[in-house]
Design a protein around this ligand. Structure first.
Ligand code: NDP
Ligand code: 8X3
Length: 252
């Protein structure tokens, strides 16, 4: 099968928009997430809208055995993967270091760092076999600059930055591109998850300015993924126009 992309975390936000963008351009998509119903309903929707093939895989990126059981046993027709997008991730809480919740730190590091490492380690052999590939890691502006109360989340995204650089070096001889995309504030389910279902608090993050939307990031991922084989965008920091850095916004 031609043109296969594997995207983690496609039940909402960036991942869902990335899946739609590639599907609408004829790509066959392996989509993943923990929420089975949302995942399967996206698979049905994209299949019928775009007449492409979809493989929905339900697993938790934090669970090493699950990740390897699922991804190292892909059906043969799906093993010819061109692109891996490591997108699954989350923030939990926004507290000062001394008040931050230890379980939140564990979950962020297990998901954003170790989950990305497990998924990549399981998928890279397919790219090596193919003698070409592209890994696109969704980092964050929080992985380039630290902001107040960002502690555990920032640490996890600084790790994504480091891993992206490290992969680019280690995979150089394998003809595998590595791109890190570092978005600023984007209105998805991100803040609802971060503030544990507090919808007012989540919405207030985006008051007074126009944030990024998931489709903006999907367009950028599609652009970096469709450049000539000899061209690799190493990294991009993408913010709303009203955001200057990890903590300075112009709100009206
Ligand atoms: P959403 O909450 O909308 O989407 C997150 C996705 O990640 C969901 O599909 C969720 O699926 C999946 N996910 C979370 N934890 C796990 C897990 N343990 N195993 C498998 N899948 C998981 O947020 P965004 O789309 O905004 O976030 C996507 C990425 O972008 C994250 O890495 C985030 O850190 C990053 N980011 C977000 C920014 C923003 O402002 N929104 C800015 C910069 C970076 P499910 O719950 O079904 O498992
Ligand atoms: C998400 C953006 O600024 O909330 O990574 O950390 S921010």
């Amino acid at each position: 099968m031609n043109n296969i992309i594997l995207i983690t975390g496609t039940t909402s936000g960036f991942g869902k928009a990335i899946a739609e963008k590639f599907a609408s351009n004829g790509w066959n998509c392996i989509i993943t997430g923990r929420r089975k119903e949302k995942l399967f309903s996206l698979a049905d929707e994209l299949k019928s809208k775009y007449n492409i093939k979809l493989l929905p895989l339900v697993f938790d990126v934090q669970k090493r055995k699950e990740v390897f059981d699922v991804l190292t046993n892909l059906p043969a027709e799906w093993s010819d993967i061109n692109i891996l997008v490591n997108n699954a991730g989350l923030a939990l809480g926004r507290d000062s270091f001394e008040n931050a919740n230890l379980d939140d730190w564990d979950t962020m590091l297990d998901t954003n760092v170790k989950g990305l490492m497990y998924v990549s380690k399981a998928v890279i052999p397919y790219l090596i076999e193919k003698k070409q590939g592209h890994i696109i890691n969704i980092g964050s502006i929080a992985g380039k600059e630290v902001y107040q109360f960002g502690n555990g989340y920032c640490a996890s995204k600084f790790a994504v930055d480091a891993l992206s650089k490290s992969m680019r070096i280690d995979l150089l001889s394998k003809n595998i591109k590595v791109t890190a995309i570092h978005p600023g504030a984007a209105e998805t389910e991100f803040s609802l998850v971060r503030f544990k279902g507090d919808a007012d608090k989540a919405a207030s993050v985006y008051n007074g300015f126009i944030p990024l939307y998931a489709e903006n990031i999907a367009d950028i991922v599609y652009y970096v993924a469709t450049l000539p084989p000899s061209v690799c965008i190493n990294e991009l920091i993408v913010t709303p126009t009203a955001q200057a850095n990890a903590y300075l916004f112009h709100k009206v």
